[in-house]
Design a protein around this ligand. Structure first.
Ligand code: MF3
Ligand code: CO
Length: 258
């Protein structure tokens, strides 16, 4: 059976501090998002903000990943490398970032619409964020992974969305990806229970079209084949006896009512 690592009090404090820094970084990036801004500019801002805060980027160099952010636009699902693409009105942009503070990783993602919502993507964003909140609400010491997965799955199914089942949440801490896997549908690791003091990254990813996807020639960026848009939200959550403590509170960034 999968063993879920727990963190020391000092490591938890570090992750709480790191999570707050990560929210600051994401907030700065979201504030820069507008028509005409390039993905590279967003990435450079994230890098310099992380350094200003005394932290290190988690993703840069991870399995040779070449950037600080993943910036997945429209039919980009996850892991898209920022490039010179300039954002256009109505684009759906998912921004995923991680940082290392005092040896501990935190990981968080937010999706936003660029300028006016001319393609009507807001319901998709709202539904995926709600699924994140539904999954997070299940978290407490002793909960099984399956219960978190089920809450996310049911929430997304209510919205009639397509869950990108290949992409999953995960434990997080000394490493960016730790046990257990937190799928967005009930399955893998479903009977694994979370002890108090463990930390998980919960990250629903869903779209409005088909589930079929491919990977760009760079070997990183996953995209839907039918071109349908995909949204992604992610929290790092501490498991406690009384519930989940969101270490990357995105409330100050989310511009809509969930
Ligand atoms: N948040 C992403 C995930 O958990 C982190 C990807 S790291 C990267 O999958 F190097 F692939 F970008
Ligand atoms: Co993650």
């Amino acid at each position: 059976m999968t063993k879920v690592p727990t963190k020391s009090a000092a490591q938890i404090t570090a992750m709480r501090e790191g999570g707050a820094k990560l929210v600051e970084v994401l907030k700065s990036v979201v504030e820069l998002v507008r028509v005409g801004v390039s993905l590279t500019e967003l990435d450079q801002l994230a890098f310099s903000r992380i350094k200003e805060l005394g932290a290190q980027p988690s993703f840069l160099g991870y399995q040779d990943y070449p950037a600080t952010l993943c910036t997945s636009v429209n039919n980009g699902i996850v892991h898209c490398i920022p490039n010179s693409y300039q954002l256009q009105e109505g684009d759906l942009l998912s921004i995923d970032c991680g940082l290392i503070w005092k040896g501990m990783h935190t990981d968080s993602a937010v999706s936003v619409i660029v300028g006016r919502d001319i393609h009507g993507y807001q319901p998709l964003l709202t539904a995926v964020y709600r699924a994140l909140l539904a999954g997070t609400a299940e978290v407490a010491a002793g909960v099984t992974v399956g219960r978190i997965s089920r809450a996310i799955e049911e929430s997304l199914s209510l919205g009639n969305l397509t869950i990108m089942r290949q992409f999953v949440g995960h434990g997080v801490g000394e490493k960016l990806h730790e046990a257990p896997i937190i799928p967005n549908v009930v399955g893998h690791d479903k009977d694994v229970w979370l002890p108090s003091g463990s930390v998980v990254a919960i990250e629903p990813i869903a779209g409005t079209g088909g589930e079929a996807h491919g990977t760009d020639p760079d070997g990183w960026c996953a995209r839907t084949l039918d071109g349908a848009p995909v949204a992604h939200f992610e929290h790092t959550v501490l498991v406690t006896e009384v519930g989940g403590e969101v270490l990357t509170p995105l409330d100050s960034i989310i511009q809509f009512r969930p």
